[in-house]
Design a binder for this molecule. Structure first.
Ligand SMILES: [Zn+2]
Length: 341
């Protein structure tokens, strides 16, 4: 049985200031400098998460510094296309870089997540569960532009699916026992796309590893530069998303002020539920008492042994000082409620 009110994270953690700076000047560093820098950043992310006392930690995605070090850098047959990217003005999703597909999509050396997991395993202390996260093929397809061979987003998704599948199998083979497949594009676009098709894509992706590790998915409504992009309701996801073949579903709730919290009970009948109880977009720091009160609300719909608590999304867009304190308070609040059970 799972630890009641398990404390976990989505995946990313803010880069330290020096790492953000270095990521803008990577050409000045050699490969060995970059490896050292990445390792130091992962050590810092592990430190902050273990000091907070989390049950589950990640490498903070500290290696995903730029195009070459992120998934897109591992995918052959694409090249960056910034022809339509807006560079200035208010931050929004049209400022995210896109890629042209220039050849056959393949990832002969994997997507890099196995190396991330092995580094985390090497550096992390015994105790917390070590989690790897990987974007699902639908989310990953969002920044690739269709062409003659890959006619639309679904065709690109189909082509990326085996690449993600292979990485999942390799992660399990490397000893990873906790994996999140990030598919926030599915929650963002559930209101206008065929949700049954989403479920088919998702279940096909995880099929080779289902039952071999603790599998979860992260569904949020967007957090690029701290801004949402989706229609923020759970209703369009139901009932189809109940068919996701996962052990745990993570859903953003705090920034939506726990709207539709009652709908979480239908998920809890089928799987464990990780609730976003920390608002990654708000610089109000939740106190342990706020956290305890939020957890008690969740317990009305989800039994304690099926409930995990987490921030709404990855913390990469939230300043490190705030992220750190938010995680500390989240764990304190969870401990308060655990004691009272
Ligand atoms: Zn998210």
């Amino acid at each position: 049985m799972q630890t009641p009110i398990r404390t976990t994270v989505v995946g990313s953690y803010p880069f330290p200031g020096w790492l953000s700076f270095a990521s803008q000047h990577l050409h000045e560093f050699g490969p060995a400098d970059i490896e050292e820098m990445i390792e130091d950043a992962v050590i810092a992310a592990i430190h902050d998460q273990t000091a907070a006392g989390l049950d589950v930690i990640t490498d903070g995605e500290q290696t995903r510094l730029d195009f070459n070090l992120s998934f897109y850098g591992y995918i052959k047959g694409i090249s960056p296309d910034e022809s339509a990217t807006r560079k200035f003005g208010p931050a929004a999703h049209d400022q995210r870089g896109k890629h042209q597909i220039t050849g056959h999509l393949a990832a002969p050396n994997g997507l890099g997540v196995v190396q991330e997991f092995l580094r985390l395993k090497k550096l992390a202390p015994a105790g917390p569960v070590l989690k790897a996260s990987i974007p699902g093929p639908y989310t990953l397809s969002g920044r690739l532009l269709p062409n003659g061979e890959y006619k639309d987003r679904f065709a690109i998704t189909e082509a990326l699916l085996p690449l993600v599948q292979k990485e999942l199998e390799d992660l399990v083979a490397a000893g990873c026992r906790e994996i999140t497949i990030d598919e926030p594009s599915m929650s963002c676009y559930a209101y206008k796309e065929d949700t049954k098709r989403f479920v088919d894509i998702f279940n096909k992706t995880v099929e080779p590893v289902a039952g071999k590790c603790n599998l979860s998915t992260h569904l949020c409504f967007g957090n690029f530069k701290g801004r949402p992009v989706g229609y923020r309701s759970l209703k369009p996801m139901l009932p189809d998303f109940l068919e996701f073949k996962v052990n745990e579903i993570h859903i953003e709730m705090a920034n939506r002020e726990f709207a539709e919290i009652e709908l979480l009970s239908s998920f809890a009948e089928r799987m464990h539920v990780a609730v976003g109880i920390i608002d990654v977009k708000n610089y109000y720091i939740e106190t342990p008492e706020d956290v305890a009160e939020r957890i008690k609300r969740c317990l009305q719909y989800i039994p304690a042994d099926k409930l995990s608590v987490a921030p709404d999304c990855g913390l990469s867009q939230t300043a490190r000082w705030a992220s750190k304190q938010k995680l500390v308070n989240m764990v304190r609040g969870a401990e308060q409620v655990r004691k009272s059970l």
